[in-house]
Design a binder for this molecule. Structure first.
Ligand SMILES: [Zn+2]
Ligand SMILES: [Zn+2]
Length: 593
């Protein structure tokens, strides 16, 4: 051996050799001992960060350990490059807005931007010395994967596990699309809590107030406390708690909404929160999930005051065209002027935001596709129990997520860069026309359905479904993508090209996406194959910054692995990753290397 060890020369040489010679290629499909890993495909939404370095290195330890034990190790790599995350990356990168292009044009721009980033991902991951099999890679937007994703939709539809419904949906006014429960997250925000006088039109016993001395002076008014006065035009009723003795005389009566004048019923319900505000609350379509429950339970009116872009509608009278924030300010001012505003105080509370853009969500009535999940939560919980969890304690996160489920899984998105639904509708009767499985993937906007006429009414005109799938509807299929799940038109059966891979031995992933990726993978694979897709799950923690804060683009504290590896040999980084406790979050400190 000549001289000292020189990582700068030796590391790249071996990295290239491994890739060129296919050193870690999965070879022996017949081996008795298969060790198959469902590698997490990084979302193409920006550059790789230290968390990626950490988790790929952990996965590599597992892969190398089992290779040394003569297992046939399958350690593939994927790129998750469809959906809102890569659309937003493209918009940011090119300084454009998706609305200014045709779908085809915008999709091409997304492809170009994603390909650049994917090249960077590949180089970065290869420089980590992880023993990935570069002969087995996939992109979630490639035609083979689109076919699998559309097959999945058709299979679930035919099993009766999917439905399309016009109903209140969780909506992001910034991304202008429906989203699912898992994509909304709590955020603490400062706002004002406003006490507003509602005039009583009629008491519960049918009597009417005497005199007309104005609100708050004669006792002919009651107080509603709200953080969202811009919802007053959408107010459809007022609720009183059954234990609220002081206000029982109102139940069954009618109240008038200030400024907007609509008269609404006063109803009794035990979902009223007696602890907050005056104990009397308004129900608007829709301010929150309780409003939706009340709307459905009491068959209330639907008053739509906010549109898809978060703009006030004509129902808001003079506030039409304002954003919700502008309307809030203007309405508070006008309430004050008219004597309806009794008090306004500073208030910190939790609001629901879209996790991708951190904009507050709205609840709008729209038509969407859903996968039914609420009726089978017990089965999905049991499927979770059948897997071995490393560390064991992480199972409780899976359990909590399932316990807190309140919505079926909304899978349709009003976006451009995603996989299309293989669906048309009869222009006359609305009948759902499915694509032939042999033809997948299809793009209904460009392709014609296989039938000449609607089987229900004979009409020969069809409308394409223009929505695309939720990105998790496809990434939840990675075990089936890896195993080559398909449909054989000859035998009319679902097939698996590499059956020996499935179920997978290991699903490694971060704890931040147990509710996103793991749960939905279990749902999909379980419904398609009847089997739990993984024997083991290994859940890694997050790499934090020096001050134990999460690394994020908005905080500007993200450390790219490239920077670290420019200064240190990769062995130092691998040694650092090896010294952590699986599942725990921990800070990255340069000194530790
Ligand atoms: Zn959003
Ligand atoms: Zn028809």
């Amino acid at each position: 051996m000549e001289g000292a060890y020189d990582p700068e020369a030796i590391e790249p040489r071996w990295q290239e050799t491994w890739v060129e010679e296919g050193t870690y290629a999965y070879g022996n499909g017949d081996a008795d001992t298969q060790y198959t890993i469902d590698t997490p495909p990084p979302t193409v939404s920006g550059n790789l960060h230290m968390g990626h370095l950490y988790q790929f290195t952990l996965q590599d330890f597992v892969a190398r350990f089992h290779r040394m034990h003569d297992d046939a190790v399958y350690f593939p790599f994927g790129y998750d490059d469809n959906g809102i995350a890569s659309e937003r990356l493209t918009e940011r990168e090119l300084g454009i807005n998706h609305g200014d292009f045709s779908r085809r044009e915008f999709q091409e721009k997304c492809r170009d931007v994603c390909e650049d980033y994917e090249r960077g991902f590949t180089e970065d991951v290869q420089s980590l010395a992880v023993s990935v099999d570069w002969n087995n890679t996939y992109k979630t937007i490639q035609p083979r994967v689109q076919r699998i994703s559309q097959l999945s939709f058709l299979d679930l539809y035919e099993q009766g596990r999917e439905y399309r419904q016009r109903a209140p949906t969780i909506w992001c006014p910034d991304c202008e699309t429906a989203i699912s429960q898992v994509e909304q997250e709590d955020q603490r925000k400062h706002t004002s809590f406003n006490d507003i006088a509602f005039e009583i039109v009629e008491y519960g016993d049918g009597s009417t107030p005497e005199g007309d001395a104005g609100p708050g002076e004669t006792g002919d008014a009651f107080t509603i406390s709200t953080t969202r006065p811009e919802l007053l035009p959408a107010c459809v009723s007022v609720f009183v708690h059954p234990d609220d003795d002081e206000n029982q005389h109102l139940v069954g009566g009618t109240a008038r909404v200030p400024l907007f004048g609509q008269e609404v019923p006063i109803i009794e319900d035990d979902r009223v929160d007696l602890e907050t505000g005056s104990g009397i609350v308004m129900c608007c379509t829709f301010g929150d999930q309780t409003d939706i429950e009340w709307y459905q339970a009491y068959d209330l009116d639907l008053r739509i005051a906010i549109d898809e872009s978060g703009t006030m509608t004509d129902l808001a009278d003079e506030y039409e065209g304002l954003s919700t924030a502008e309307a809030r300010e203007a309405i508070i001012e006008d309430l004050d002027e008219a004597g309806y505003l009794l008090e306004s105080r500073d208030h910190e509370h939790a609001v629901q935001v879209h996790e991708r853009c951190e904009v507050e969500v709205e609840y709008l009535v729209t038509e969407q596709w859903y996968v039914e999940i609420l009726d089978r939560t017990d089965e999905y919980l049991e499927a979770g129990r059948q897997m071995d969890w490393y560390p064991e304690k992480m199972f409780s996160r899976y359990e909590h997520w399932i316990d807190g489920l309140e919505w079926d899984w909304c899978i349709s998105r009003q976006r451009d860069s995603g996989i299309p639904f293989p669906v048309w509708y009869c222009a006359d009767c609305g009948e759902v026309i499915l694509a032939d499985r042999g033809r997948l993937p299809v793009e209904p906007i460009e392709d014609e359905p296989s039938v000449e006429a609607c089987p229900e009414c004979g009409c020969q005109a069809f409308e394409p479904e223009t929505d695309v799938f939720d990105t998790w509807a496809t990434s939840s299929l990675t075990p089936l993508i890896n195993a080559g799940w398909d449909w054989d038109s000859e035998t009319e059966e679902y097939t698996m090209e590499r059956e020996q891979l499935y179920p997978f031995t290991l699903r490694p992933q971060g704890h931040d996406i147990i509710s996103f990726w793991l749960f939905h993978t279990v749902v999909k694979c379980y419904e398609h194959t009847g089997e739990v897709p993984f024997e083991n799950v290994m859940i890694n923690g997050m790499v934090l910054d020096e001050n134990r804060e999460a690394m994020s683009k908005s905080k500007g504290n993200v450390i790219p692995p490239r920077e670290v590896l420019a200064e240190f040999p990769v062995d130092a980084a691998r040694y650092w990753a090896a010294g952590t406790s699986i599942g725990d979050d921990f800070p990255y400190r340069e000194g530790d290397l």
